[in-house]
Ligand binder design. Structure first.
Ligand code: DGL
Length: 288
């Protein structure tokens, strides 16, 4: 007799500095169609990428506590910047909980590149993170691939405004991507969860600059697979018996998150406004 599948009806908590994590939520819904999802968009405090790490770590911990208080059985830090700042602290606070973070996909990018040059688009916080720099060294040493780092200051703010077709987004992307292509990059890592949301514009900008094929690397699918793996290991997977329901929480506009759910994730979800403590640098120790 085959054993009955394990069923945990508790929700999965997902958060980002704003709507960027919806690029991860889309993969989670596709791969885990029976899970209940709680999504926090901290749009009232975005962007994270230009704030001190301690501040983002403290803010992330407050959001994690909020999600755990609502019964979350696992956490997805659907933000590269918050992963840099907070993943260690979150794992220390919740040692028994499956916690998945997001990191720029340097290894798949190195494997995909034929020119040996890979552009990495991310926030300043992600590109300065010790773990990222160590990974870059390791992958470069192992493969000989050169990573060209491009902080995309201002791009998250524009995406958060909600008009993904705005000329400002195309102008920023042109400014950030064209030099990478001119320097020989044939592969570009989307190292911030907001960037897959403007993938169509990224592809347009690339097509305007070169006729050569360029590979885009987005780790959303891998993040959802890792979440499924960890839930399975912990016997927490809801493998049947329900249809994904999403509940949204925002520190900014309810209607903006509702529209983002509909337009970016194809989801109709109730949204509630929430507040989190505004951290001060002194309140939280920096991570190493
Ligand atoms: N989605 C976040 C990331 O992946 C955006 C960071 C920000 O708010 O600056 O890094």
């Amino acid at each position: 007799m085959t054993p009955a599948p394990a069923v945990s009806t508790a929700p999965i908590g997902i958060f980002d500095s704003g709507v960027g994590g919806l690029s991860i939520l889309r993969h989670i819904r596709a791969q885990l169609p029976h899970e209940q999802l709680l999504y926090v968009a901290d749009s009232g405090f975005a962007p994270y990428g230009d704030k001190p790490e301690q501040i983002v770590a403290a803010r992330s911990l407050s959001i994690a506590q909020f999600l755990v208080a609502r019964g979350a059985k696992a956490l997805v830090v659907a933000c590269n910047s918050a992963t840099v700042a907070a993943i260690k602290v979150l794992r220390e606070h919740y040692p028994d909980m499956p916690i998945v973070g997001v990191e720029p996909g340097l290894k798949p990018a190195a494997a995909a590149s034929r020119s040996g040059k890979v552009g990495v688009l991310a926030t300043d916080m992600t590109l300065r993170g010790a773990k990222f720099l160590a990974l870059r060294e390791q992958v470069s040493a192992a493969t000989g691939v050169q990573f060209l780092l491009q902080p995309c200051v201002g791009l998250v703010d524009q995406i958060e405004l909600g008009n993904l077709g705005a000329p400002e987004i195309e102008a920023l992307l042109t400014r950030f991507i064209t030099p990478l292509l001119e320097d020989g990059a044939d592969t570009i890592v989307l190292g911030c969860t907001h960037y897959p949301l403007v993938r169509a514009t990224i592809e347009q900008v690339i097509a305007a600059a070169t006729t050569a094929p360029v590979t885009l690397i987005d780790t959303g699918d891998a993040v959802a697979r890792q979440l499924a793996r960890l839930l399975g290991q912990a016997n927490l997977l809801r493998s049947e018996g329900g249809v994904t329901k999403v509940a949204g929480f925002t520190s900014a506009s309810i209607s903006a998150l509702g529209a983002a759910f509909a337009n970016l994730a194809g989801v109709t979800a109730p949204v509630v406004q929430v507040g989190f403590p505004v951290p001060t640098a002194a309140a939280f120790p920096a991570q190493d």
